[in-house]
Ligand binder design. Structure first.
Ligand code: PNS
Length: 162
């Protein structure tokens, strides 16, 4: 049986920490679906389609294994997507105890809703301080985000706009 894992998130934008977790998931499972989901609790910087596009390019640039699919979901619960594609596992990256506290209730609710297990993965500690919200803030104020995000993202964020 092929094991499908879903790596969900806002990815607004994808960071090097996210990529690290995506790569670990791709080495662990037969198929990985990186799923961009709108989080109503956050003010978005990029439209969903733009986040998907940047993720696709970042995964391709990093030459990850061919078992990664990037897509988005706006049709309801995360577990509804998991059920639709036959995924039994959600993978989340954990940087600190703060992440454990944030992720644990969601993991339990997702298991209650649809018997989908969540696996916490530890990214490289080099990325422990990196978050999309920090990247959004640094980019908005004109700082260099290149150390924290894939090249395609830093180029996109730092490109002049109309
Ligand atoms: O990167 P984020 O913002 O921490 O990701 C959170 C996200 C989008 C994965 C989470 O908000 C989510 O799963 N949303 C989908 C709606 C849902 O299924 N909610 C109930 C279970 S927690």
């Amino acid at each position: 049986m092929s094991r499908i894992a879903v790596v969900p998130g806002s990815f607004d934008p994808v960071t090097l920490g996210h990529l690290d977790v995506i790569e670990r998931a791709a080495k662990t499972f037969d198929e990985v679906h990186v799923l961009v989901v709108h989080n109503p609790g956050k003010t978005a910087l990029l439209p969903i389609a733009q986040r998907v596009s940047l993720l696709e390019q970042a995964v391709a640039d990093a030459r990850f294994a061919g078992n990664i699919r990037v897509t988005s979901w706006s049709m309801g619960l995360l577990v509804d997507y998991c059920t639709e594609v036959g995924a039994s596992v959600i993978v989340k990256g954990i940087r600190s105890q703060v992440d454990v506290a944030y992720e644990t209730p969601m993991a339990i609710v997702n298991r209650d809703l649809a018997a989908v297990e969540t696996i916490f993965m530890l990214p490289n500690p080099a990325h422990a301080h990196v978050s999309s919200s920090l990247v959004r803030q640094v980019a908005a104020l004109g700082g260099d985000v290149a150390p924290y995000v894939p090249r395609v993202v830093s180029e996109f964020l730092q490109a002049p706009r109309d």
